[in-house]
Ligand binder design. Sequence first.
Ligand code: SF4
Length: 376
Amino acid sequence: MAGIYLHIPFCKKRCIYCDFYSTTDGGRMDHYVDALKKELDSRKDYLGNDVVETIYFGGGTPSQLAPGAIGTLIHHIRELFATTDDMEITIEANPDDITDAYLQDLTTTGINRISVGVQSFDDKRLRFLNRRHDSVQAMDAIKRCRQHGLGNISIDLIYGFPGETKDAWAADIDKAVALDVEHISAYHIIYEEGTPLHRLLQQHAIAELDEEASAEQFRLLKSKLEKAGYIHYEISNFCKPGLHARHNTAYWQDKKYLGCGASAHSYDLVSRRWNVSDLYIYMDKVNNGGTYFTEERLDLATRYNEYVMLSLRTMWGLELETLGSRFGIRLLKHFLDNAQRHIDDGCLVINDGNARLTDKGLFVSDGVMSDLMYVE
Ligand code: SF4
């Protein structure tokens, strides 16, 4: 089983924290869709015999693309690849793009899951982030998705803002719960180098929340969402039973994926490949020939490290048998030897042949994982 990711690198304006590749030049969308189809054509064998079970339109802002173009791309994938009947097909969308007219057309394309970039329900914080929408637009957008029959809605939230109080974060979580969405992704704010947000930090115009306050916000998130019936299935992701994001889960479970479009990444279990982060170079090379990607063959230690890091992020954890069969006895022993200290500390458990982080381990996951890495 495998997934296909399509990067749609268009945004109406840039948010201050974002370091994803995108452009505010939306004048070339039709050409870009043609280039995506060409890339799909040329890479139709990348996934081997694996059947495609998920498609993900990520960005940028995929909801800037007309539903007709989304439908064309889904149709193109179905023609080129073996696909399952119940494919999960997700689109990321900005609340202010989600109009009745847009949804009416979108729901005829095969899209069956929408991930809405809410980020916050506090208008002051939304303005600080330079988002295009306000909280009322976000709530209306979600209700509208429901009215148009979208039964699998996810929202993104950001927490840990400079100066954010526990009460303010609790209010955001409560609003998310009240919307009764199927899935919530919640990320601590990151000060990515090169972003306006990072510059504000460097200029001391804002101050990072301290570690204990951040940990407290994470604990609050987890306890409120679990109380509301959500399953904490990955460090930053919560879902109603059975409704985890199948596409992203495949990344964490080390499955193959084909990524098309400017800056998209692909993985075929033995190598990684990433496309150039430039719309114009990408389209030129796809259309006229030439290399538009970089590729790295992954050695055994790198593949082991990624497998450990990704699988331990999830509630399913890491299968020791799979670890041994894929990476050999030596790396299995390395894992078990280094895991013991964290088992003794109560951060890691091994049950039924699976290693998992405990609640305590989730709070210190970076430290636990780095101890389990293999460095030659
Ligand atoms: S809309 Fe999304 S991709 Fe575009 S700048 Fe904002 S966070 Fe980044």
